[in-house]
Design a protein around this ligand. Structure first.
Ligand code: FMN
Length: 183
């Protein structure tokens, strides 16, 4: 698949076919994730691949418990239906104070790689600023050492929905030349 096609075509997918994803495909995706840029080339990633129903259920409970009031329409129940969930983690000792960026960039690679293989995914955060509870509970669930920080939760599955093409706000409104607002 062409890069432009992947970037433009990927949408969040929250409904999945009841179909397993072969292990070698998951491995390919994780390898692609590790080609992401990272601060000081620290390559701090660690991935937890989850297929166990009871772990998925706990992730749903944790995500819903810490879902802010204004985002209540984004309940995480759909995670339970994904055949595989990958929790993207970073090693705090190799992140050079850039845990979030390192986690997000690897997640983007993973999601685009998934899309190019016919898989759907969604980006969910595994941490919340000012609320250590969510990462602490995920850490406990996945038995992560203290220096390994969960950053994102990525459900993966063959899509059982076809979202519309994304409507974007006009690009011209977002571009300035030299200084903000100069058109
Ligand atoms: C930082 C971040 C956090 C997100 N959190 C959630 C979430 O908690 N639940 C969810 O269903 N989708 C979540 N999303 C997915 C967004 O809702 C989705 O990317 C957005 O609506 C744009 O749609 P698209 O991915 O189809 O382009 C998140 C996306 C980002 C980038």
């Amino acid at each position: 698949m062409e890069m432009d096609e992947a970037l433009k075509g990927r949408r969040s997918i929250r409904t999945y076919e009841d179909r397993e994803i072969p292990d070698p495909i998951i491995r390919e995706l994780l390898e692609l994730a590790t080609y992401a840029p990272s601060s000081m080339n620290g390559q701090p990633w660690h991935f937890i691949v989850i297929r166990a129903e009871k772990t998925k259920k706990r992730l749903v409970e944790i995500k819903n418990k810490y879902c802010p009031v204004e985002k209540q329409m984004y309940q995480a129940d759909f995670l339970q239906e994904a055949p595989v969930i990958v929790v993207v983690c970073v090693d705090g000792n190799r992140s050079y104070d850039r845990e979030v960026e390192n986690g997000a960039l690897a997640t983007a690679n993973l999601m685009l790689g998934a899309y190019s293989r016919g898989l759907g995914s969604v980006y969910l955060s595994a941490y919340r600023k000012g609320e250590p509870g969510i990462s602490d509970e995920i850490r406990q669930l996945l038995i992560l050492p203290q220096h390994i920080h969960p950053m994102t939760i990525v459900p993966l599955g063959y899509p059982d929905e076809t979202p519309d093409t994304k409507t974007l706000s006009p690009l011209e409104d977002r571009i300035s030349y030299e200084t903000f607002g100069s058109k």
